[in-house]
Write a protein that binds this ligand. Sequence first.
Ligand code: ZN
Length: 304
Amino acid sequence: MILGAIEAGGTKFVCGLFEADGQEGSKPRIIGKLSIPTTDPKTTLEASRDFLLSAVEGKGLGKLDGIGIGCFGPVDLKTSSPTWGFITATPKEGWRNVEVAGYFRDELGVPVAFDTDVNAAAYGEYLWGAARGLKDFIYVTVGTGIGGGVFSNGALLHGQQHPELGHIGVKRVDSDAFPGCCPYHRDCLEGLASGPAIGQRWGARPETLGGGHKAWDLEARYLARAFATYSLTLSPERIIMGGGVGLRPGLAEKVASCLGEELGGYLPALNDPRSLSAFVSRPQLGSEAGLIGAAALALRIRSI
Ligand code: ZN
């Protein structure tokens, strides 16, 4: 079985071609990959389509059996909706109300599985990564934006739209005068703790700030306040933190420590440093989680 997968992000579309044996639980093998910058929708979508077509043809594989897409959001996931598979209220220039899933279904003539980028990553980690065996966990990405996929009671949570874990309010740190940079809410979690928020607050790109910079203590505090809210409302067994900022060495440990303080011993399972450091976990699939998760979503529709 030949599957296409796209991790459609606001910075780049990572496209992959996978071979799967169709056995349940068997991890698809990647046989081709291309990263395409996210520019305007027409250019980016066409380049992604062309890669998948040429990769299948170049390898003499016949045709694609299906495609899975994990997409930046917000997106419309209601299959009964006329705008299913569209990106909706994104602040990203030019991408508001853009049809993504239908484009690939029509252009490639194959079934399309469509979900958020973070739900795809969560699903990948559930099948083959840091969340194997867990029925309740959260995957959070901290980078250009902040988002989270929620796996609850053994399934991805969608609800009315899909959870938007990056846009919740968090209690401010008193000494922080940065107004926040979310165009919708200003000082929501994403507005205070995303990569652009760190960059604007300190006047330097996050990757240039050394490990001892106070930016990281503040970052860990905001993330811990959000993780405390997730822990108290969704009751996850683990929170996996990925993304360009989230994967920074040492940050997960700082967040775990702050989370303990924020919870104040209220959750018995999280009242010692060892439990906390296991609870705030790094993704085992690393930066591949979203792509392999998208392939897994495609595998799932193929088996229906
Ligand atoms: Zn916001």
